[in-house]
Design a protein around this ligand. Structure first.
Ligand code: ADP
Length: 230
């Protein structure tokens, strides 16, 4: 049996804009198990990024809880939330956010060095991950010398460099042409399936969403299941 790695419990998020109070998440509930890939597809402005930020402990909910690997996180102090985020959660964004002055290898080493791994071990793991992403010939290239699809594959390798339990991705292929998007998704899917990560991936790409185990959307501030595996 796979275990629940991420659980959102009655998550609330409101924003005040002028005199208006925007309710973005209104009792959102969700569970994600290890090895599971779930697509989050909802119109722009529905609250996907907000939800991912809350699930990834980047933002505090106004109510409810985020439980990661059995640990309730909503009431934890900032430093503990940051520690959990660094060790348990990987993020991939629409734009790669790689550090331009460092090579692909160094970009993937960076989170490991920050979390205290020695350079030799970090280099070895970064090399393995980049090889897994079929980037063994691009390790010494800087981001500007890589194609969009290659940059995203480096960003995925970096996101999982510290062997997180949860991968959160916000339109990871949104900036790529359909063929490249499919290729990058293949690499992401292989990684999730092989590592037992739990992945929640916001995407507008219906073909990619259909390849995931479940599809959810946001409706009136709640997460609603829209389909399962065929
Ligand atoms: P999506 O990712 O689905 O496009 P977002 O989560 O980015 O949606 O935003 C959801 C809504 O919340 C939008 O209407 C956005 O303007 C609003 N919003 C997001 N962050 C803030 C903020 N910090 N302050 C005020 N409104 C915000």
């Amino acid at each position: 049996m796979s275990e629940t790695i991420l659980e959102l419990k009655s998550v609330e998020r409101h924003f005040i804009q002028g005199t208006d109070r925007l309710t973005i998440l209104n009792g959102a509930a969700f569970t994600l198990k290890s090895g599971e890939m779930v697509a989050l597809a909802a119109p722009s402005g529905a609250g996907k990024s907000t939800l991912l930020h809350i699930a990834g402990l980047l933002e505090q909910p106004d109510g409810g809880d985020v439980v990661i690997n059995g640990r309730s996180c909503a009431a934890l102090p900032d430093d503990e939330r940051t520690a959990i985020r660094r060790s348990e959660i990987g993020f991939v964004y629409q734009f790669h956010h790689l550090l331009p002055e460092f090579t692909a290898l160094e970009n993937v080493m960076m989170p490991q060095l920050i979390s205290g791994l020695g350079p030799a071990d970090a280099r070895e793991r970064a090399g393995q991950l980049l090889a897994y992403m079929k980037l063994e010939k691009r390790m010494e290239h800087r981001p500007a010398e890589l194609s969009g699809g290659e940059q995203q594959r480096v960003a995925i390798a970096r996101a999982v460099a510290n062997a997180p339990l949860v991968l959160l991705a916000d339109e990871p292929t949104g900036n790529l042409d359909p063929t490249t998007a499919s290729y990058v998704f293949d690499a992401l899917e292989a990684l999730v399936r092989q590592s037992g990560l739990a992945a929640l991936i916001a995407t507008h790409n219906e073909q990619l969403a259909a390849r995931m185990d479940r599809q959810v959307t946001l409706s009136e501030g709640q997460l609603v299941e829209v389909g399962g595996a065929q």
